[in-house]
Each structure stands twice: as C-alpha cells, then as structure tokens.
Design a protein around this ligand. Sequence first.
Ligand SMILES: [Fe+2]
Length: 491
Amino acid sequence: MVQIFEETLDQGFFAPQRFEGEIADCEVAGSIPSDMDGVFIRVGGEFYYPPKFPNDAPLHSDGYISKFRFKDGRVSYQGKFVRTPRYQSNLAAGRNQFGLYRNPFTDDDAVKGVNGTVSNTAPMVHAGRLFTLKEDALPIEIDPVTLDTIGFHDFDGGWKSETFTAHPKWDPLTGDMYAFGYEATGLASDDVFFYRVDKHGNVAHEIRIKVPYVSVIHDFALTQEHVIIPFACYYTDMEQLRAGKIHWQWDRTLPSMIGIMRRDGDGSDLRWFRGPERCFMHVFNAQSVGNTVTLLAPFYNGNFFPFFPNIDGSPWDPSRAQGFVRKYTFDLGSRDDSWTEETLFDTPIVDLGKIDHRFMTLPQRIAFTTFADQTKPFDRERAGDTGRAPVNSYARFDLAEGKMTSFFAGDTHSLQEVSFVPRRGSSEEGDGYLIGTASDLAEMRTELVIVDAQGLEEIGRVYLPFRSSTQVHGYWWDAEELGLAEKEAQA
Ligand SMILES: [Fe+2]
C-alpha cells in the first residue's frame, strides 16, 4: 500500500532521471474516446538532487507537473519540474541545500529565509488558471500550455494564510471553491484559516480558528452546510523542530479529532469530536441532513508513513497502515463528542479515493480507488520482486448496492491514483471514464489506462517510452475549464 513512497528515492521505477520532455502524438493501443477533450494533469515529485539526510521523507521530493492532453482522439504529453525557489536555488548550487521535510532548522545557512516548498502534491484549476499545490505554502501558478512556472499566488492579497491545502473542494451548485491553510501564521502555529473563493477567483469569506494540537490536516470535507476537519496523532512543535527532527512524529496517545463548523459562519460554532487512533489523510465526500453529518472516507487504522516516526520509539507497523471504505456519522443534536464508524467493505484499499466530483457535497453512491488484488497474477520474473503485493487494480464501490467491482491493469503493473472523467452530455453519477497511470515494472515505462467507469472494461492505453515521474495526485479538466483552445491558439 505504500509503493509510491518506497520507490521514489534512489532506485527502481521511480529512480530520479532529471528528465523533462514532451511527445506530440503518443502511441496508443485501443481507442481514445472522441468526447475526451481536455487534460489529465498529474503532480508528483522526484529528488532532483539526493536528499541531504537519508531519512528524509519522499514527500520532500521536488515538484513535477505532467500533462496528458486529449483532443480529437489523440494524446500528447509534457512533463516539467516546478521552478520553486528551492529548485532554482539548488540548481544554482548544484546540490540539495534543504534538510529534513518541513524543518528549516536543518537547511544550509545559505538558504535561510528561502521558501523551501516543493509544490509536489496536487494540481488545481480554478477561475481558468492552473496551479501546483503543497500544504506548506501558497499555490504556484503554472502556464497550462507550456507548463512553465509563473509564481506564487495569493488571490490578489485576499488569502491571508501563509499556506494552502492540497485538497480544495468545490460546491458544484455555485462553482465556489472552499479551501484552508493550516500552520497559517507560521511554522508549527495552531492557526487554521478557512476561505470561500468565488468562481471568479476572489476571496469572499474567511473563518479563523485554532486547533487543539498542531497536526497534519491534509484533507477536509465539505457539505452544503458544513466543513469537516479531520486530523489525528501526527504532531509537531517548535521544540522538536529546533531539535532537528522531521516535521511530524506519530503520537498514538493523542486523540483522533474531527472538527465540524458551519461553512458560512465565523467559527464560533466549531465543535470537536474525538475518537481512537486512526490515520486521517483523504476523504471521498460528505453530506449534512438536519442534525446529522455523514463523512465517507478511506481512513487508515494507524500511522501510514514509515518515515514519520512513532514518538514512543516503537517500530512502524505496516499492519496498522491499512485503509478501508468507511462511513462516519456525527449527531450535532447530541452533546456526545464521539462518532459512529462503519467499515462498509472489508477489502483493504489505497486511500487515494475519488468520486464523480459533480456530486461533491451532495448525496452520492459511487466511489473509486485503487487496491492490491492478491487473487491476480504478478510476474515476478519479469517485473522484479517488489516484496509486497502490487497495487494492480481499480475498485468501483456502489454504496447503494453494497457492491464492489474491479479492473486489473496487468501482471507486471503497479497503478497510481485513479481519476474520474465524466462522459460529455451525461449527468448520471459515475458515467464516464477512469484514467490513471500504470507503471509497467517489466518494460520500465509508464502507461495511461482508460477504462469505462461503469463496466470497468479497458478502452485504450497510451504508452510513454520512459518512466514518468511519480504522481501524488492527478485530475481531469475539460478543455473549457482552462480556456485551452484559446490559450493553445495564442501560444
Ligand atoms: Fe493528498
């Protein structure tokens, strides 16, 4: 389940290549649906120079953005590093001057005061503009045609937090974006600022809150009425940062916490619920109905990341790093500060889950993610022994029917996160395509698979003649959302 993190450092499929390139018309097997006119944009990372410390987190690799442009049944590819201040400074020095993950006290003196973000987590499109995101800094704007870096973006000064989440949410009824920054007023600060940004890109509403302890708030959930703020057990403070430790330690004695407040309020109604050890990273979706808030999320049992040490000194336990499709229920009408947790399917999954985003905040029944189907073959002779079951399949969960169906990518393949593409002209939930990259570990090349999102049959496959940089998150946008036709004509 941790394949993308283990293989990013210095060997295997994700060994650094310092490679940027483009292909005007990619090799395709099968067919490319003619209604796919848009872009699949991936953001991930690669250490351009090796990490300064061998125990650094793979999450600290240099941001890399890649784009598959679909048009007229053909696909082109581009990939480029994000020109962060860190990338530029390191390139000038010819080595990595930055220390442990999000700990500037471990950086070289020569780069004190230089923004060390790697902007390697997710792409974002809002108000017709493209950005790369990392939760420790502001968005970085990217030219959607050339993938050239434009620079940090603070929404014309309206965004006051020093940071911006990698997981903004959109209300499909209004087009407004909801997002937040944690450690909003500086390193290890307990400030979290929430914002509504209208569909034109203007900050329209701000809520400032404090958290009970400083933890990863990697994702959040949005309903038509509320925002839901989950975090658990990861911990940081200035003392441990000054002591030269990596940004997060796992403290299982801390309560898992989920905050709920009105999304249009002032934060005074914020209510914290508490529960036992879990690892809260990503969510699928959420709804508010009366006093009941439900959250669908692929949460893990315990510490997911082996490179963020347990604060009690115990070794990382892979058996706790298992995620499942789970439903959390909160009763805002009760004084009880606990929640109800239901595990809806007993299949362990990767927590990089997706829904049909047109149903975000709304009643929804279909969820997608990847998982390791251990009933399927794996050709160790050709692919090499990875020491664990590869993430080889997409899963489609129908929550109404309690039914799971799957797609198997191949016996030498490891899949990255799946993304959903709505079929043009259809408003039915889950009607469209699933796309995502597969690492062919035998051929040492990246393939983009295109699968029917309802029947889970393969439609086409795009072949790159090289290993594309690893992906953390990727999304699809129709050409109109980025004004691509006009921008490409001008380029
Ligand atoms: Fe994420």
